[in-house]
Write a protein that binds this ligand. Structure first.
Ligand SMILES: CC(C)(COP(=O)(O)OP(=O)(O)OC[C@H]1O[C@@H](n2cnc3c(N)ncnc32)[C@H](O)[C@@H]1OP(=O)(O)O)[C@@H](O)C(=O)NCCC(=O)NCCS
Length: 210
């Protein structure tokens, strides 16, 4: 068990405040927990979801467990890094067929993705492929940005993104949320798919126009 210094205790205390998470129309963004392991495996073990990630697809459960453990230990967890839960998922087919209200179980929120603003204010997100194309990534990242702007009211504050130009769905999500391209570079990362290029984007808080 780690010995908690005063700073660590303060981090714990501030994390407790944020445990309620952020509620959007369809989603809850909350701190990652140990019990999220199976949900996180859904994207970390999916070659399609991991195509433009900085690491190759995970082949061992331990890799996801390590990711989650690090997330749980991080002061960012529940502050700028969140497990994204679908609050009111479609009931299981069996429950849909239940005839009486009593026999129908209320569907439990399920974890469908991960969003965060990490080092150097760079945004990142990844979702379970079963839930792509329904606007969940856009809804979650919008809420994350709102939290960031609320905590960084300065006009200088900005959030960055570094995206492979082939990652069209990611670029569309970011552009929809107000990110603008500020540059490009070739061969910026060598990953499991070979050399990747970068589109650099930035977003600033939208100011109400007079
Ligand atoms: C990037 C990623 C998160 C995007 O997920 P997504 O499901 O495509 O994102 P969204 O659902 O928010 O938006 C995508 C589409 O859903 C549509 N959509 C459907 N229902 C919608 C709704 N109710 N509200 C808003 N948009 C909706 C949007 O119009 C959008 O379509 P378009 O992009 O063709 O115009 C996903 O592709 C992913 O996990 N990729 C792998 C990881 C990755 O590459 N991450 C980026 C690097 S950090």
């Amino acid at each position: 068990m780690p010995v908690l210094t005063t700073t660590a205790l303060m981090v714990k205390a501030s994390k407790r405040v944020d445990l309620a998470g952020i509620r959007t129309e369809r989603l809850l963004l909350r701190a990652g927990k140990k019990g999220d392991l199976q949900a996180f495996r859904k994207w970390f073990e999916d070659p399609e979801a991991m195509k433009y990630w900085s690491e190759p697809v995970y082949t061992r459960v331990q890799q996801t467990r390590d990711f989650l453990d690090n997330m749980i230990e991080s002061a960012n967890n529940g502050n700028l890094e969140f497990a994204v839960c679908l609050v009111d998922p479609e009931p299981e087919a069996a429950d849909r067929n239940a005839t009486t209200k009593k026999s129908r179980k209320a569907p439990k929120p399920i974890v469908i993705g991960l969003v965060g603003i990490w080092d150097e204010n760079e945004v990142g997100f990844i979702f379970n492929r079963e839930y792509w194309g329904k606007g969940y990534a856009s809804e979650a990242v919008r809420a994350l940005l709102e939290k960031f702007w609320a905590e960084h009211p300065s006009d200088e504050a900005l959030v960055k993104a570094d995206v492979d130009p082939r990652n069209e769905s990611c670029l569309r999500v970011l552009q929809r949320l107000g990110f603008v391209e500020v540059g490009r570079a070739e061969k910026t990362y060598e990953t499991h798919i070979g050399w990747c290029d970068s589109v650099y984007l930035e977003a600033r808080k939208q100011r109400p126009s007079n």
